[in-house]
Design a protein around this ligand. Sequence first.
Ligand code: UDP
Ligand code: MG
Length: 317
Amino acid sequence: MISIVTPVYNEEDNVVYFHDEVTRVMKDLAMDYEILYVNDGSTDDTEEKIRALAAADPHVRAISFARNFGHQVAITCGMDLADGDAVITMDGDMQHPPALIPRLVKKWQEGYDIVQTIRTATEDAGLVKRLTSAGYYAFINAIADSPIRPGGSDFRLMDRKAILTFRRFREHSRFIRGIVGNLGYRQTTVNFVAPPRHAGKSKFSMKKMLHLAMDGILTNSTVPLRLVFYMGILSAVGSFFLILYVLGCWAMDATVPGWATMTILLSFFGSLQLLGLGIAGEYISRIFRETQARPLYWIAADTADDEKSPWRKARGR
Ligand code: UDP
Ligand code: MG
C-alpha cells in the first residue's frame, strides 16, 4: 500500500483538482493507496473541501491541525500517521507533479528506500530566488554534517523502514531535507521541473523562508559557533600587535594618534561581539525550544476517528 501525504494550507482552489489528478495516477498504477491531507490551520474552505473528499472517497483521510504549525510539521504529522509500505510526501498546489509518482514507485520497487526528487528548475521562480537558492546550498553544503542536494524538495518517497526511523527524530527546529539526508539507507534521485502553482499564491513569506533557511544551517551544523571562535582568535592576535605598537610609541615618547583608530576598533569589536552573541543566541533559543519538549503539533479533527468514515471501513479499523 502507498500513502500519499499532502499538507494543505489555504488551498481551497487546489485540493479538488489535486485530488482528481492524484486519483487518476494511482488508479493507473493499480496499487492500493491512501491519501492523507493534513490541513495546517487553513482559514479558508480547505477543511470543508478535504472533509467532503474523505466522505466520498475511502482512500482519503483528512486531518486538521488546531492551528498553523508550518509546512515541515504538517508533513511530519502525515508521515507519523501514514500506514503505507511506502510514503510519498508532496505539496498540494501541483508544483510537485502527480505524473511523477509512477517513477518514484518504480525506483522503490527496484529496491531504493528513499527516492528524493530534485527540482532542476522552477518555471515561475525569478532570478533572485534562483541565485539566493544556489548561494544557500553552496554555503550549507560547505558546513553541514550531511550533504543536502541543491534543488532538493520535500517531494519524495520513503520506504516504511526509513519512515519508522524518521519518526524517531522529534526535533522542533525541523529541516526535513537535512534529516532525510542524514538517514542513510539506499537513496536515489529523480529530476523534475516544477511547474507554476495551479492556483493561489505561495504560502511561504520571506520570514518563513528565512526561518527555514536558518533552521537548515543551525540544525545541521555547529560550524557557525566555531567560526566565531576563530574570528575571536584572529582579532586577539591582531590586538596583540596593536598593543605592541602602542607600547612602542609610548616608550619612544611619541603621541599615539587615536580618534579614528579608536572609533574603528570600537565599532569593529562591538559588532564582532554582537555577532558572536547573536549566533550563540540562535543556538540557545533552539535549545530552549527543545527542552520545553512541547508536542510538535496537535490535531483538532481526524476523519479516521469518525466511526462512519469510509477510510476506516476500507482499512478494516
Ligand atoms: N503549507 C502548509 N503550511 C504552511 C505553508 C504551506 O501546509 O504554513 C503547504 C501548502 O499548502 C503547500 C505546500 O505546503 O501544499 C507548499 O507551500 P507553497 O506552495 O506555498 O510553497 P512554495 O512552493 O512556494 O515553496
Ligand atoms: Mg508551491
